[in-house]
Design a protein around this ligand. Sequence first.
Ligand code: GDP
Length: 724
Amino acid sequence: RRSQIVEECEGLMDQPEQIRNIAIAAHVDHGKTTLTDNLLAGAGMISEDTAGEQLAMDTEEDEQERGITIDAANVSMTHEYDEKNHLINLIDTPGHVDFGGDVTRAMRAVDGAMVVVDAVEGAMPQTETVLRQALREGVKPTLFINKVDRLISELQEGPEEMQERLLAVIHDVNELIRGMTEDWDRDWTVSVDEGTVAFGSALYKWGVSKPSMVATGMDFGDIIDLERADKRQELHEQTPLSDVVLDMVCEHFPNPVDAQPRRIPTVWRGDADSELAESMRFVDEDGEVVFMVTDISMDPHAGEIATGRVFSGTLEEGQDLYVSGTAGTNRLQSVGLFMGGEREEVSRVPAGNIAAVTGLKDAIAGSTVSSVEMTPFESIEHLSEPVITKSVEAQRMDDLPKLIETLQQVSKEDPTIHVEINEDTGEHLISGQGELHLEVIGQRIERNQGIPITTGEPIVVFREAPQTASREVEGISPNRHNRFYITVEPLPEDVVETIKMGEASMDMPELERREALQDAGLEKEASQEVETIHRTNILIDDTKGIQHLNETMELVIEGLEEALDDGPLAAEPVQGSLLRLHDARLHEDAIHRGPAQVVPAVRQAVHNALIDAEIRLLEPIQDVRIDVPSEHMGAASGEIQGRRGRVDDMYQEGDVMVIEGIAPVEEMIGFSSDIRSATEGRASWNTENAGFRVLADNLQPDIITQIRERKGMKLELPAGIDYF
Ligand code: GDP
C-alpha cells in the first residue's frame, strides 16, 4: 500500500490544482494528533485500529512520553474528492506555546490551516496564538470542533444545548479572526453553512459537516442517538472523520496556483516585475528553483534533512543551489517526500509541493535556497523572544566537541533557541521560550546524542530601557581627538512592537519602512533620517555636513550595537530607545579615527545618555490561565498572587472556574509542581509570554546586583545611576 501511495503522490506532484498544503494547529490536548492519525488511517497509511494509539506523527521519543507534539513533522497523502485525486501535504505543528517558532515556520509552507478546538474547553490561549500565526502569513483557516462525543456522553447534552455550544465555539473563533484581520478585504471567518466548519470525535473517528449532513440526511438528533447507543462504529461508517475533514480541505483550502500569487508579495520583497517573481506567482515548474526551508531535522542514516516549500522550479538530485546568507552553493544529494514520519526518495519535486531534501549543509530553518542568487524571503517572524537561559556543560570532558556540534545543530533546527558557546570554560548558554522548551532540548541532548550533561538553574533574561528623554551627552575617544554628541528618548510602544514583528526593518525598501514607522507613531522627520535599527532601537542621524562622518558611520554603528547589546545597568539587551546623533568631532587623519577610537567613544556616549534617560531593568512577564474545580479556586489564585502576580479575572466555564492573570517569568519557575500540589493535581494551566514590563523600583538594585555578580562584572554601578 505504501509504495502505491508514493506512486500516487508522485503522479499528482505535477498538477498543482490538485495539491493542498495544509497544517493542523491546536491548543495542546485538543486532539490534533488523534485527528492526524485518523487522516493517515483514512489514507491507508496506518491501520484503522491503531489510529489514536500509534501517534504516528510524534516521532521523537520525548513527545510520546509527554504526550505533546514538539517537532513539526510532515506527511504527504492522497484523497479522492469531486472525482479527482488530490495530493495533500500535511505539516504537523506543536501545540505548546513554548515551541511557537515551529508553528510560525510551518505556516510559511502551507496555504491552509485546520484549527482544532475542543468542544468542552472552547477556544483557548494557544488557539488564539495559532490563528494569529496563520493569518499573519496569509494562511486560510477552517475549524474542526473535536470531542463532541463528550458533550453527548459525559455532559448529557440534548440537540439544542449541543447546537448552542458549538455555535458559541464558532462565534468565539470568528471573533478572534475578525480581531486579527481588521483591514483586510477578504472575509475568512468560518461558517457551518459554507462548509468551513466540521465537528465530531477524533477518538471515535466520526465527523460531520454541512455537506456530509446533506449527503447522509442525518441531523443532530441522529448523531446523538447513535453516540448514546454506543453505535460509534456505525457513525464512523456513515460519516468517517477522515473523509469529512479531507473533503473540507480539498473544497475550501486554496491550491498553490490560487494561493501563491496572493502570498508571494507578502513573504518576498524582491522585484515584483522580474521573471523570478512571475515564475513563483505562476508555480512554474520549469522556472528557476526557489525553495524555502521551514524545518531542519536530523536523520540517523541520511543526515541533515531540510524540509520546505518549493515555490518555483523543480528540485532534483545533483543541483547546485545558493543558500541565503552564506557564500557559495550546496549540492542536493537527494530529494524526497515525507510519508508518515518516513522520508521516501523520489526523482524530483516540482513547484507547489513540500519537499524533504539532503545535502543543504549550510541551510538553517528559514533559509531561501535557489538556483540563481536572489532576494531572500522575509525572515520568518517569531512571536516570542527567548526569556529564559540555562547553562549546559558536558559531564565528561571527552564529550565537549560533540556537545558543541549538537548545540550548533539545535540552533539550526530551532532558530527560537539562542546558543552561546564558550569553548574556554566549557559552560554554554542556551536561551529559549520557557522552562519546558529548555528542558526538552536538554533531554534531546542527553537521550538522542547520549551526552550526559549538567544544566544550571534557569536564569531569566532581562531588558534595559530608557524612561525619559536625556540631555545631550558627550562620548570621547581614548586619544581625545574624536567626540560624539548623543541624546536618547523612549520610543513609542507601537514603534517597538512594529520593529519586533519585523514590520519595519533595514532590509525593506526605505519608503515602506518610513511608512510603517510613521503609522506606528514615529515623527515623520525622524522616520526619514533612520541610520540603523538594532534590536528594537533606532539611530537617527541629525548631523549636517560633518566631514568624514560618512566613512566613519560603520564604526559608529558598531559602537552603538555594542552599547545596546550590553546595557549599562547589567549588560542585558537595551530595547525601545530612540537615539539621535546630534554632532561629532572627527580627527582629520583616518589613522586616528579607527575602530579602537570610535567604537569606545560611541559606546560611552550611548551608555551615558541611557543613564541620563533613567534607564530601568525590564522583566519578562507571562499571561497565566488556570482551569480548576471551584473548591481549589482560592489555592490556585494564591499561586499567582504569591508570585508578584496579578489576578485579572475569574469566571465559571462549564464545571470549572477559570482564573486569568499575569506574573513575572522569574517567579513562574517551578510553578508546575507548586500548582499541582496546591490543587491536588486538579488544575490545568497555560502560560504565554506577554512581553516585558518595568521591574518595581524597590527590586531594581538587588536584581541588578545579582545579575552583575553572576556575570562577573564589578558590583559598583556606573556613575550617575542614583535614581533608584
Ligand atoms: P494534541 O495535544 O492536540 O495532539 O491532542 P491528542 O490528540 O494527543 O489528544 C489529547 C487527549 O484527548 C488524548 O487523551 C486523546 O485520546 C483525547 N481525545 C482526542 N480526541 C478526542 C475525542 O474526540 N473525544 C474524546 N473523548 N477524547 C479525545
